[in-house]
Design a protein. Structure first.
Length: 149
């Protein structure tokens, strides 16, 4: 086979429709647009959401207040009382161990430890964020808060 032998499969390429080139073409006079009306005229298309002159749905609904902050970061809250119930003295609290204990579902999720409840066990906490009150309770119980906090 040579380069000059290459050709598309039969029927794979269609000629374009040549409109407005006389009656013999089958697409003469009105060029396939029909006789009258909006569709037969240049620029005669309705915009998206046009409802026949009725006030469109997007204009009938009220504008809602507020906005969505694109920089918002969502943390999964975990209170120290849950850590106290789930962990033993001297354990390490991180994403993998929180999933193992069934406290969170995804080890890569962002977690913030909050200070609700009491903590009586010495824990090493390695999560994304720790509130001030939670950090104070962890250190008061003899534990420590490590990075990535």
């Amino acid at each position: 086979m040579q380069l000059h032998d290459l050709a598309p499969a039969p029927g794979a390429k269609k000629d374009r429709k040549r409109v407005g080139r006389g009656h013999g073409s089958g697409h003469g006079k009105t060029s396939g647009r029909g006789s009258n009306g909006q569709g037969s005229r240049a620029g005669g298309t309705k915009s998206n959401g046009f409802e026949g002159g009725q006030t469109p749905l997007a204009r009938r609904l009220p504008k809602l207040p507020g906005f969505t902050n694109i920089n918002h970061v969502e943390y999964i809250p975990v209170n120290v009382c849950r850590l106290d119930a789930a962990y033993l003295d001297g354990d390490v609290v991180d994403g993998a161990s929180l999933v193992e204990k069934g406290i969170i579902k995804n080890a890569n999720a962002l977690v913030k430890i909050l200070g609700d409840g009491e903590l009586s066990k010495k824990l090493t906490v390695k999560v994304d964020k720790v509130s001030g009150s939670a950090a104070a309770k962890i250190e008061a119980a003899g534990g420590k808060v490590e990075s990535p906090c």
